[in-house]
Design a protein around this ligand. Structure first.
Ligand SMILES: NC(=O)c1ccc[n+]([C@@H]2O[C@H](COP(=O)([O-])OP(=O)(O)OC[C@H]3O[C@@H](n4cnc5c(N)ncnc54)[C@H](OP(=O)(O)O)[C@@H]3O)[C@@H](O)[C@H]2O)c1
Length: 270
């Protein structure tokens, strides 16, 4: 199916990571031009650029730093002269399970800065570009998490940041973007466990995988390409031109979390 993204300029944050690189590959197949953002992994960005076969511009930036976000967007528009789609995908998931009574303020602030403030900075920079260039259409796709939908024990920082960006930002910015670009749209994709560098260490633990698969209809973990397909669908005006403010969960029919192992439950105490 033709997404209509040919010759559009698409900026993907976190393109050096698992889901971001899958988005970049799919967008390139659709004939769009790409701004590939990474934080530290310049080698991975260079490898991806060499593989894509469309015009790309790569840029490293720490998206928690205001000046670096502004520099990214200025350079992107300076290179291509336009910017049609932003996929705000970069993020971290601190691996260690830490209940809130043991969570340091440092961890809380670092996660909020990386997973929420960075999205505010990118959305603001994108909307400023839209205000200046006034394109006919535009799309912002945010990458949240099932942690936003179901919460995540031991990861209150991550769940809070993802909930704020998916529910708070998506549903507010869909109304703000149309004041600038009447056909502008804002949506979010919430992946569940997906095979990427972020999750692969955890997914080596069969006990964790069993707990994860017990909670979803499709008894497997997503591939990054499956998340990327949902993102590209929402990015495309041709495919999703009347879809805005939606939060699309890509998690195999996940219903919640397994809280207790069957062995931990005593039916006589029910
Ligand atoms: N994988 C999953 O199971 C899963 C599940 C739910 C939601 N998600 C969400 O999906 C998105 C992508 O995750 P992924 O699995 O593809 O992770 P990943 O492979 O670890 O990639 C993370 C990306 O974020 C970038 N990044 C990290 N800190 C940054 C910072 N301070 N400034 C700018 N960029 C920064 C990294 O850049 P460098 O590598 O260049 O340093 C990398 O490109 C994240 O928002 C994540 O929360 C993932």
């Amino acid at each position: 199916m033709d997404s209509g993204l040919r010759d559009k300029v698409v900026l993907v944050t976190g393109a050096s990571g698992g889901i971001g690189s899958a988005v970049a590959r799919l967008v390139a197949q659709e004939g769009a031009r790409l701004v590939l953002h990474g934080h530290k992994n310049a080698a991975q960005l260079a490898k991806l650029k060499a593989e894509l076969g469309v015009e790309t511009y790569t840029h490293l930036a720490d998206l928690t730093v205001e000046e670096e976000v502004e520099g990214l967007f200025e350079a992107a528009v300076g290179h291509f002269g336009q910017l049609d789609v932003v996929v705000a995908n970069a993020g971290i998931w601190p691996k260690e399970d830490v209940p809130i009574h043991r969570m340091s303020l440092e961890r809380w602030e670092r996660t909020l800065a990386t997973d929420l403030t960075s999205v505010f900075l990118c959305a603001r920079a994108f909307f400023r570009v839209l205000d200046r260039l006034r394109p006919e259409s535009a799309a912002l796709v945010l990458v949240g998490s099932t942690a936003a939908v179901f919460g995540e024990e031991g990861h209150a920082d991550y769940a809070a940041a993802k909930a704020a960006m998916t529910y708070g930002l998506t549903r507010t910015l869909k109304n703000e973007i149309v004041r600038i670009v009447p056909r502008g749209r804002v949506n979010a994709v919430c992946p569940g466990w997906t095979w990427t560098p972020m999750s692969e260490e955890g997914l080596r633990d069969p006990d964790l995988v069993r707990r994860v698969l017990t909670t979803r209809a499709l008894r497997r973990v997503a591939r990054p390409e499956e998340v990327a397909q949902a993102i590209v669908f929402l990015a495309s005006e041709r495919l999703a031109g009347h879809v805005s403010g939606e939060i699309l969960t890509v998690a195999g029919g996940m219903e919640g979390r397994l809280l207790h192992h069957p062995a931990e439950v005593d039916p006589t105490q029910a």
